[in-house]
Structures are given as structure tokens and as C-alpha cells.
Design a protein around this ligand. Structure first.
Ligand SMILES: *Cc1c(COP(=O)(O)O)cnc(C)c1O
Length: 239
């Protein structure tokens, strides 16, 4: 599949634009902004959303992100939302707006190093492990505290830790999901005063996807990451 030249139909384009306005409407009256998750979708789909004024886009795959960044409009804010390997940080450091999934001290150290090389400060979110599933990535509370303490001591001068990110359990029990999001909100509030310094400014809570949006908004999300509901189901065929 050629990500760049794949063309979408006028119907598809219209559907994307309708979904964007629907979600903008849903977010009115909340403090959350929409990050449109365009992973696996062609640049044409990104452009359809862009035309409605959407500027925040989320991607999970480094190569795909770099190619969209090169060919797309320069005022898009690209968010890296997936699991990032340390050896790939260098490819996105020159342009990335925010890295949501920082799940290790080592990864943050590498982001700091590559940010310095690129001559900029990079905004990151610490990914907290809040779900019941073992398969999800993220820091536990003690690990997050280690990272925040190091940051406050000046260990990562080239990053700004701007908040927390988390993925709730994949369950139909909305009380479980809400409780997990509430816990993130409490930790953010607590840590935002305890570790406040120029490189730790915890204001963002990146939580909520297509299926748990309402619980995330109720818990005070500031960034919702919506993919499927905007761009349609993803096809992970051979690329
Ligand atoms: C893919 C992805 C999303 C979007 O999920 P949808 O269910 O398609 O809305 C959000 N966050 C992360 C971290 C993702 O990897």
C-alpha cells in the first residue's frame, strides 16, 4: 500500500468531515481537544479532516508519520501516540509536537538527547499503566514518581513533561473505565503541584478513545484520541 498516493472517494471524504464536526460538537463545553488518529490511513484522509480546520493528528508508526509529515501541511500538530522505540526517536525529534506514550526512563532520556540535537524542547506525556490487562504499556506509580523526581532535579532539560496519558481496560463495565480515568486525574492533580518546575508542567490528560470517550470526558480529559469513529475501521493488511 502506498500511503501517500492512495485516493479516497468523495463519499469517504464527506463522511470524515461530518464525523469531525460531530466530534467537535461533542467536545464543546468540555476542556478536551480532539486528536484525530490517522494511523494506517492515507494522507488524503488527513487532508479531508484538515480542510475542516482540524490540526491535531495522532500516529503510531514512525515511518508512516515521517512520510505524512514530509508531504502534509506544515501547520499540522503531529502527536505520536503509540509505543515508541528508543532507536526511532531521532526520526521524529525534529518536528513532533507531542509524544504521548513515554513508558520508560530510558525512552525519556533518549527523547531528551534527540531534542537537544534537534535544537528544540519536546513536549511529552507519561503513559501510566492503569488497566487490568498485562498487555498494555505504561509506568506504574513508583516509576512515574522516579521520572518526575529526576525531571525536577534537572535531568531532562530538553523536554517538557506536559501531562499524563493512559488507556483504560477494554471492558463493557463503564464503572471500571471511569475509575481508572479518575485515578489518572487524581494523580495528575497531585503531581502537578509536587513536581512543578520549568520542565514539569502537568496540565494535559490524554485519555479517551472511540469506545470510552464519555467516561474520559467525565473524568476531565483534555485530549481525546479518536480514530475509528472518524476515519473508519483500520485495515492492517500487508503494507
Ligand atoms: C489507535 C489508537 C487510538 C485510536 O483508537 P480508536 O479506537 O480507533 O479510536 C487511540 N489511542 C492510541 C494509543 C491508539 O493506538
Amino acid at each position: 500500500m502506498d500511503i501517500i498516493t492512495e485516493i479516497i472517494s468523495p463519499f469517504e471524504r464527506q463522511r470524515i468531515q461530518q464525523q469531525i464536526s460531530l466530534y467537535k460538537q461533542k467536545l464543546k463545553g468540555s476542556s478536551a481537544r480532539l486528536v484525530a488518529v490517522s494511523k494506517t490511513k492515507p494522507l488524503e484522509a488527513v487532508l479531508a479532516a484538515y480542510e475542516t480546520g482540524q490540526r491535531d493528528f495522532g500516529e503510531n508508526y514512525v515511518q508512516e508519520l515521517v512520510s505524512k509529515w514530509k508531504d502534509g501541511p506544515t501547520d499540522i500538530r503531529w502527536h505520536f501516540i503509540g509505543h515508541l522505540q528508543s532507536n526511532k526517536v531521532k526520526f521524529i525529534a525534529p518536528f513532533i509536537y507531542m509524544i504521548h506514550g513515554v513508558d520508560s526512563f530510558r525512552l525519556l532520556a533518549e527523547i531528551d538527547k534527540q531534542a537537544a540535537k534537534a535544537g528544540r524542547q519536546i513536549q511529552v506525556l507519561l503513559q501510566l499503566f492503569i488497566a487490568q490487562e498485562e498487555t498494555k504499556f505504561g509506568l506504574d506509580e513508583a516509576e512515574a514518581v522516579d521520572v518526575l523526581s529526576a525531571a525536577k532535579a534537572g535531568r531532562f532539560p530538553n523536554v517538557i513533561i506536559a501531562g499524563l496519558m493512559g488507556m483504560a481496560s477494554n471492558t463493557d463495565d463503564s464503572r471500571v473505565v471511569k475509575a481508572e480515568f479518575d485515578r489518572m486525574a487524581r494523580l495528575k492533580n497531585k503531581w502537578s503541584t509536587e513536581y512543578a518546575c520549568p520542565t514539569v508542567q502537568l496540565t494535559e490528560l490524554s485519555m479517551g478513545m472511540t469506545n470510552d470517550l464519555d467516561q474520559a470526558l467525565a473524568a476531565g480529559s483534555t485530549m481525546v484520541r479518536i480514530g475509528t469513529a472518524i476515519f473508519g475501521a483500520r485495515n492492517y493488511g500487508p503494507q
